[in-house]
Ligand binder design. Sequence first.
Ligand code: CMX
Length: 502
Amino acid sequence: MIFRRLSSPRSFSCLRHNIRRPLLRNYSDDKCGGKDGGSDGKADLRTVVAEQVKSERARVKKFAVEKANTKIGEVTVSQIYGGMRGIPALLCETSSLDPEEGIRFRGLTIQDLYDKLPKLECGEEPLPEAVFWLLMTGKIPSKEQAKMITDEWNDKAELPDYVKKLIDDMPTDLHPMSQLSIAVTSLNKDSQFMKAYKKGLKKLDFWKYSLEDTMTLIAKLPNIAARIYRNMYRGGKGCDEIDKKLDWSGNFARMMDYEDPIFHELLRLYLSIHCDHDSGNVSSHTTHLVASALSDPFISYAAGLNGLAGPLHGLANQEVLVWIEKMRKELGSENPPEDQVRDYVQKTLKAGQVIPGFGHAELRKIDPRYTAQQDFAKVYLPNYEGFLLVNTIFKVVPPILESLGKVKNPWPNVDAHSGTLLMYFGMKEMQFYTVLFGVSRALGVLSSITWHRAFVIPIERPKSYTTEDLMELVKKQEEEEQKNSGKGGKDGDKKADKTKKC
Ligand code: CMX
């Protein structure tokens, strides 16, 4: 699958040409925008969401009441000991993950994002602002509606002084994900949700204040992340002012001191495709779980970020580059040949380590987010040695993982590619990669918890068992089954006899 993007040198030079010009000069032009974003593409986000909450709430309530006792699955002992794989237990309105096909955001594939969402005039990547609108409303925004989001986020981007100071006072050798989580937590001082809750907010209005905090948090995330970046890697120097002519990603790139408009495009792609991956992954589930206790969106998302910082989840994008760099050093080449890469992969596995960037708990095919990034590289950096090495790894790793006989998905996931693209544009600070993932993931999970509040989903509280309890439960169940099968046998025989007589 090739993700459609204009790959001609004309479009490339168009982007480069824009470096000295405002990127958003024709932003309100509706030619690429959709019309179904709400009221013929003109309504604002809050109005569109309020209308939908009204109708969806009624539809969902009817379904949940009428089908309350319908069973949709069973739970086995192996699922309890196996990380709850496959247990159908979570709600996610914003995206769904098919093991064979990959992610769909409100029903749209990544290719659909390219085809349907508004972009910048000279841009080819979907705007994360438009992705957010889609996740919140399930509708394609017009260019005008995407621009409304950009404007609001630009207006709310400024950090309070105490947050700036907090970030500046953190040790520069503290992992940037810890810094991000601390700074996000600290923003809850001004949570509108908590303020309203303390005043006695009605349950049915929870979502409104959750959405307000969501808008504030997403607006400030690039500023927080860029400040951490500058402190850690640029001696605290650089710009922290929003350019209102730029979009969310453009400002983020600029505040990290990346001027190349192709990098801005990469960031748009990156921030769009990492936004959501249904509710079962660690960062999304954690955010939902904490938010279900009515924690405000800031501290709920900070909890999700701490989950994202694990090496089996979001930190894998850092681990991939660490692993690749070690390989290059050991093999003494920027782009080592296939047989040497194969030996290095075997050596990693023999040392009892996983191959980072490969495998997935849910997906069973090549991650379409990997393919989207591969296609970006084919257009903008086809001869980059890092990209060529990623391609060699892609060729070498799956058959080896398959040969182990236990890996359920030998194919690359999103993290196998992202770091190499960042490296090409000069972002060599691998520790920072998961922060970019974190900024993007906010779009999905914060939309998701707003909808959970609209549906007034109660606090999460699944049942847990000790191993002794489980053994006892299983024993009783087996005894019951034996008893029943004995009975069943006799009853069955009687029935059979009856049938014969008839
Ligand atoms: N390299 C080596 N072994 C792997 C492997 C990999 N990339 N992926 C899975 N395996 C192993 C598992 O460790 C497990 O081994 P044991 O039975 O000895 O414990 C076995 O194969 C079966 O695992 P699985 O059912 O296929 O995968 P899980 O659902 O348990 O784990 C994941 C999924 C992503 C944690 C795993 O594939 C992995 O560790 N991959 C590397 C890290 C990574 O890229 N993570 C990012 C995932 C994307 C994201 O969530 O952000």
